[in-house]
Design a protein around this ligand. Structure first.
Ligand code: CP
Length: 309
């Protein structure tokens, strides 16, 4: 297989296992490129990409921009905070104005679940979802699985626990779909109030005891508590959350096997993970960031190769 089964990347739910394998094989080649002295290929010299960020981002925005530039695409960046959205312009009007400037692909982060799909049904350009509210963050899940594959050889058969604020997490949902499509076993762990009731229907295990979850897994993906999405109190205090669900070096060292620790960022050091865990050799957090560029180059390259030019 040399092409993706989809024209846009809205969510991992839409991808096949073969799509994920193709993205990873393509990312392997791009990882070689970005480790060369000249970190650039001319593949997308005739493609223009707009990065539309309606919500804050550090890693995803920079990673997409670097991936696009490493592929030699022309890049324009849009941040809602400094745009005419503040004057009342709608999403579709904003995007159509940008597309009039002959843009081929749109990478969008938006606070509303479904925004990327909405856009893909209304514009004549490829759309990549860079995170839509609490729904999906597909490239994050791809780079997470790619990093597990790199560290452990394969994803199939591995036991992965996702710990923390599952209720508000697009990273959790995309990871569940991605890991299951590749044959991994998935568990979620956190306080009852932060685990959505529907989660068991996705075929994941649920555990409320962090130690039991860590003893079960090969990989722990520690999520941030998303206070900005919480309109009510889901637990008494961050200190109490940290005491029950924070991963410390003491817990890590007491486990029967050496597990891999992941975090999508941004980290709240001392809440979901202590600094000595985040900086330990069991953590692959910066590998995830590095792999993000290669994986995003692969996604952009594969979607752009479907555009008739
Ligand atoms: N992991 C992630 O999406 O980070 P940013 O919010 O900084 O892009």
């Amino acid at each position: 297989m040399t092409t993706l089964s989809t024209e846009h990347l809205i969510g991992i739910r839409d991808l096949t296992a073969e799509d994920i394998e193709l993205i990873f094989k393509t990312a392997d080649a791009f990882k070689d490129v970005i480790n060369r002295p000249i970190k650039k290929v001319p593949s997308l010299r005739d493609i223009t990409i707009a990065n539309l960020f309606f919500e804050n981002s550090t890693r995803t925005r920079l990673s997409f921009e670097l991936a696009e530039k490493r592929l030699s695409a022309d890049v324009v960046n849009f941040s809602a905070a400094s745009s005419s959205v503040k004057k009342g312009e709608t999403l579709v009007d904003t995007v159509n104005n940008i597309l009039s400037m002959k843009v081929d692909m749109v990478v969008m982060r938006h606070p509303n679940p479904g925004a990327a799909k909405f856009l893909s049904e209304r514009i004549d350009a490829r759309v990549i979802n860079a995170g839509d509210g609490t729904h999906e963050h597909p490239t994050q899940a791809l780079l997470d699985s790619y990093s597990i594959r790199e560290r452990l050889g394969e994803v199939k058969g591995k036991k992965v626990v996702i710990v923390g604020d599952i209720l508000h997490s697009r990273v959790a949902l995309s990871n569940i779909y991605a890991l299951q499509k590749q044959g991994a076993e998935v568990m979620v762990c956190g306080p009852t109030t932060l685990i959505p009731k529907y989660i068991s229907s996705l075929g994941v295990k649920v555990e409320h005891d962090l130690r039991k979850a860590l003893e079960w897994c090969d990989v722990a993906n520690m999520l941030r508590i998303q206070l900005e999405r919480q309109d009510i109190k889901y637990f008494p205090s961050l200190r109490e959350y940290s005491m029950q669900y924070g991963l410390t070096k003491e817990i890590l060292d007491s486990l029967p096997k050496k597990i891999v620790v992941m975090h999508p960022g941004p980290i709240n050091r001392g809440v979901e993970i202590t600094s000595d865990v985040a900086d330990s050799d069991q953590a692959i957090i910066l590998d995830q960031v590095e792999n993000g560029v290669a994986v995003r180059m692969a996604v952009i390259y594969l979607l752009a190769s479907q555009i008739k030019r």
